[in-house]
Structure formats: C-alpha cells, structure tokens
Design a protein. Structure first.
Length: 254
C-alpha cells in the first residue's frame, strides 16, 4: 500500500454522514461515483483536518478556488462558494448542493470586494500564469483581516530531502508537467507577503493531531515536498521604488 494511503487510513476519519449524499445525488454512473467517494469523500482530506478545526473554517464563509469535486467545499461554513473550470467536476459538486461557479480566474475575476472570511487555494498556484495578479484579486475579495490558505507542492531544501520524498511518496509534486511555477517554503512566503499579506504560519498540517503536528512541523516544513501557508490580509501598496510604468494595465487604484 502506498505510504500516503496508509497514512490516510491511520490518521483520517471517515465521513459516514456524507455517504448517502454523495452516492444518491451523483450524476455519474455507480462505478465512477463509488471511485470518487472512495478517493475524495470517504475520508476527511488530511490537509484540511487541522486547519478546519484550528481556524474554525466550518463556521466561516470560504471561497474555495479550484474546488474540484467539492471534497473541501463540503466541509466549509454556510454561504461558502467554489470556483472550478472542469465541467464534470462542476456538475458533480453542484449535484451535492454546493454553490460552485464555473470560470477561469486568470481570464476574469467576478468576486465582490470584502465578501469572504477566508480563501482556500489548494494545489492551484503552481498552475497560474501570473501568481501575483491572482493573489492581488484574493486580497481585494477578503474581508479585513481575512485569511488566505495556500497549499502547494514545494521544492525540498536539499538533495537528501528530495530523495526521502521520492522514497516515501513516490514522486516530487512540483515537477508535474502541468505546473508552470515552483516554490520553496521561503519563496512562497515572500510571494504571498508581497501581495499584501502577513504570514501567520507555514505548516505541513500532518498529522491532524495538534501537539504532534507542532513537533513534527519543526523538522518537516522544509523537508516534505508540500506546505500550507496561512496568511492574513493587511493594508497594501506598492513600494515607491517600483516605477508605475512597470505596472500592467490590470493594476488600478492601488
């Protein structure tokens, strides 16, 4: 059994209460529905369990960007919303009663300013053509002191850690061919900060046991090939040293 699957079975909890909702409402055939249930819904996503509890995301209005099948969105608070581009995933998540809008956030940005308590942005930033532009839109959409959760595959800090990730996980996620950007923990923190956020923590958020995660995170946050940055919206302006003529047309009223 792959390490990730074994870890999930040890630490994650099963979502029995969601089973009927997923299996009976799915627009897909039974075989495909059961595969989606098993892979995405049967167990609470490991990367979500601790931040969900720690930051009370189940009681907050969350914007889930790249919401996929709805496996994260289904756990967030009332009035939460997903954004997804994939037709099949949008149709499936809507069948569960989830509010999901379909559009590409790099083509347009439809969200109202200061309208969400937090943004969940998992495994998407590495696909973006213009990460800074995307993060600036997030900043405008969050309420004052709103929270941003960015999770991405990262470049381990040295060759030994890379080898360990290949051994334990079987792959290095940042190298996926569809990814346009690659970050270390520190470069991701820098990128998020320069878009108008204060870093609250950088955490692998595994296992979903607070004290154990705290101890392991001291050693693992630069060793594992993934990280979650938690950041808070702050006042923002571009530095006086940045010439205005360098700014593209999408920057207005900053």
């Amino acid at each position: 059994m792959p390490t990730a699957d074994l870890y999930k079975k040890i630490f994650s909890r099963e979502n029995f209460s969601l089973k009927e909702r997923v299996l009976s409402n799915s627009p897909l055939n039974q075989e495909e529905t059961e595969k989606i249930w098993e892979k995405y819904f049967r167990f609470m996503p490991l990367k979500l369990q601790l931040p969900l509890k720690k930051y009370g995301l189940n009681k907050k209005k969350i914007l889930d960007i790249g919401s996929a099948w709805g496996e994260f969105l289904i756990h967030f608070g009332a009035d939460s919303k997903g954004i997804e581009v994939n037709d099949k995933e949008v149709k499936f998540s809507r069948s569960l009663g989830l509010n999901v809008e379909q559009y590409n956030i790099e083509n347009e940005w439809r969200e109202v300013e200061s309208s969400f308590d937090a943004i969940w942005f998992s495994n998407v930033l590495e696909h973006m053509v213009a990460p800074h532009a995307v993060l600036r839109n997030f900043h405008k959409t969050l309420k004052p002191e709103g929270l941003l959760f960015v999770r991405i595959p990262t470049v381990p800090s040295n060759g030994l850690f890379m080898a360990l990730n290949r051994l334990l996980l079987g792959f290095l996620g940042y190298k996926a061919k569809q990814h346009l950007n690659a970050f270390t923990r520190r470069t991701l923190e820098f990128t998020v900060e320069r878009a108008g956020f204060k870093i609250l923590e950088s955490n692998v958020f595994v296992p979903p046991i607070g004290w154990l995660n705290f101890l392991l995170n001291l050693f693992l946050k630069d060793a594992l090939s993934f990280i979650t940055i938690v950041a808070q919206k702050t006042e923002f302006s571009y530095s006086e040293k940045r010439p205005p003529e360098h700014n593209p047309n999408w920057i207005k009223n900053q």
